[in-house]
Design a protein around this ligand. Sequence first.
Ligand SMILES: Nc1ncnc2c1ncn2[C@@H]1O[C@H](COP(=O)(O)OP(=O)(O)O)[C@@H](O)[C@H]1O
Ligand SMILES: [Mg+2]
Length: 316
Amino acid sequence: MDAENTAQSLGQLRDHMATGLIGHELLIERLLIGLLTGGHLLIEGAPGLAKTRAVKWLADAVDGGFSRIQCTPDLLPADLTGTPVFRPQSGDFEFVPGPVFHNLVLVDEINRAPPKVQSALLEAMAENQVTSGNETHALPDPFLVVATQNPIEHEGTFPLPEAQLDRFLMHVVLGLPNAETERRILDLVEAEGQGANVSPVRLALADVRAARQAAMSVHLSSPLRDYIVRLVTATRSDPFASDIDHPVSPRGSLALAAASKARAWLEGRDHALPEDVQTVAPDALAHRVVMTWRATADGRTARALIADVLDAVEPL
Ligand SMILES: Nc1ncnc2c1ncn2[C@@H]1O[C@H](COP(=O)(O)OP(=O)(O)O)[C@@H](O)[C@H]1O
Ligand SMILES: [Mg+2]
């Protein structure tokens, strides 16, 4: 497929996903941005909001391996990454790769996994490889992790450490549907019956790589880069800094730039606009900000702060 056909296929996939994921246009866009940037996603929302379904629908359209890891408190790092197994025939250890060795990995309820498992996963995400003993094993390319987490802090959950949240390109927060959307979901499930999802498009891994290359060569003008820097540095200066313990790091600027380009490409443009930056900024930046305890106690959230930053900083 050439770049133009790939763009068309992604457009078709987006429309198809929208027919089966009611009211989730934004989530679908975020998933495609993840696919285009190779940036991992954290999706937060109550159970039953079709998070797993959304990732499966994406997996159905992309060739290559898909795995699903259901996190529990007794999970071990090796359950994810793999283990060396002794082969008596050869007298050697052979590494048996774990479920993380797939192109698309759904990590369900990541906050139920113990910290050692979370850090093994986050390390794999950051380095695109797994170390076992003195061997390193490269993860497949493309490699995309979509993790889900429940917003309710149940007993026996382990919140992701703030420093590691930074490893996610975007943190998408899903709200509950309104009555009209809820009714459309019910209608859809009635109409669907037990019928399986059949994706009208099938992307080969080479197509995904080609799409990535095209999306990442979208033009991000010098004034737009300045805008990104002004947004990010606003979290390090007054009046915002007083509410913040840890502001956005340079990783945040890079994430914002990549996500903006992917968004522009999905909109059919070869150059990014301020609106691309503005639409992706909350999901790309809010999880990288740690508010002071005082701001938190006063009910100020990182997401609201990023909204204020977007209001305060002029695009051009
Ligand atoms: N917005 C939606 N669009 C379509 N189906 C939905 C939607 N929200 C919920 N559902 C239905 O609810 C079921 C539960 O979805 P699931 O993916 O298991 O949720 P989660 O992973 O968020 O807990 C889905 O299989 C689907 O039938
Ligand atoms: Mg689920």
